[in-house]
Design a protein around this ligand. Structure first.
Ligand code: TLP
Length: 339
């Protein structure tokens, strides 16, 4: 099967498996796992933040951030197609008891003006704004990249209003590579960042939260409350270290492959597709001659997997386990189906 459902489907490299096997471990709830500590130090340094915390998943990282930044009855400003709003099963309402205030972005990006306009006045009728969230790259918009200037402008609004800004940087390295900047330059536009080890970087499990030291200490308490205090987590962290040291630069190959796919899709009949939205490793298009589900079924019969992007679009995500010749086969299969 040519699995383009996500970059989460990537399997750990041989080097990761070896590092996991050999990892030096301890009880991380006591702060005594040397491999977890090394990964957290490395992550904090790469992002230019004081401290870091290993969590199980991107969702746990985002929710730990929402819980740590807010209290019940406050409001979180975010983009209406963001993962925190769309794909986290209303966790922010269930756990943090916050109200989410979704705004429509342009290709996933919120402007400083619209964020500032959405910040609540001090009025007894209104929920106080507690947090602003951004997502870079933006998944549902097609892996689009929020430019550094836009991030900076939104962060300035956050600082002006004394509000924290949390960045869902699940794919922050894809954004950094596409922009030609360091991940730390993007992280500098946020109070806290969540990024995933288990997507394009290929680690089997794990995400990282970075931020100020005192905030990370509080996030650690929230992670414990959520049941995310792990014991000999060095087994997981060891793969994370390999991910951060060997897998970041090669994301450019995934971008080039997505561009190859986009160029092939561009001229195809029976599709609605804007190739300019393809900036990183995600390609989203809408079939017009058949439903997205029917197209996915036909592709599956030909050995190709993608996912539905509700309501009626298809998403392909390139990743380290996909080759150029796989993508040639995907294009041939699509030609065959849409002909
Ligand atoms: N995204 C997954 C699905 O949940 C949709 C995918 O296949 O793309 N933030 C962003 C921007 C994400 O894309 C994801 C995962 C997460 C957070 C959550 O990460 P996990 O899956 O580790 O909880």
């Amino acid at each position: 099967m040519i699995d383009l459902r996500s970059d989460t489907v990537t399997r750990p490299t041989a080097e990761m498996r070896r590092a996991m096997y050999e990892a030096e471990v301890g009880d991380d709830v006591y702060g005594e796992d040397p491999t977890v500590n090394r990964l957290q130090e490395m992550a904090a340094e790469m992002m230019g933040k004081e401290d870091a915390l290993l969590v199980v998943s991107g969702t746990m990282g985002n929710q730990t951030a929402v819980l740590t930044h807010t209290r019940p009855g406050t409001e979180v400003i975010l983009e209406q197609d963001s993962h925190i709003f769309y794909y986290e099963a209303a966790a922010a309402s269930v756990f943090a008891g916050v109200q989410l205030r979704p705004l429509k972005g342009h290709r996933g990006a919120l402007s400083a003006e619209q964020v500032e306009e959405a910040i609540r006045e001090d009025d007894i009728h209104l929920p106080p704004t507690a947090l602003i969230c951004l997502e870079n790259t933006h998944n549902r918009a097609g892996g689009t990249v929020i430019p550094l200037k836009t991030m900076q402008a939104v962060y300035e609004v956050a600082l002006k209003h004394n509000l924290p800004l949390h960045l869902d940087g699940a794919r922050i390295f894809n954004a950094a590579i596409a922009l030609g900047v360091k991940a730390s330059e993007l992280a500098a536009c946020a109070t806290t960042v969540q990024f995933c080890l288990s997507k394009g970087l290929g680690a089997p499990i794990g995400s990282i939260l970075v931020g100020p030291r005192a905030w990370i200490a509080e996030a650690r308490r929230w992670r414990k409350r959520l049941g995310g205090g792990m014991r000999q987590a060095g087994i997981i962290a060891a793969a994370g270290i390999v991910a951060l040291t060997t897998m970041v630069d090669r994301l450019a190959e995934d971008h080039a492959n997505a561009r190859f796919l986009a160029d092939g899709l561009a001229g195809m009949p029976g599709l609605e597709f804007d190739p300019s939205t393809v900036e990183t490793n995600i390609v989203i298009f809408k079939p017009v001659s058949m439903s997205a589900n029917a197209l996915l079924e036909e592709l599956k019969k030909r050995g190709v997997l993608g996912v539905i992007m509700e309501p009626d679009r298809v998403r392909f995500t390139t990743n380290k386990d996909i080759t150029r010749s796989d993508l040639e086969k995907v294009l041939t299969a699509l030609h065959d189906i849409l002909r």
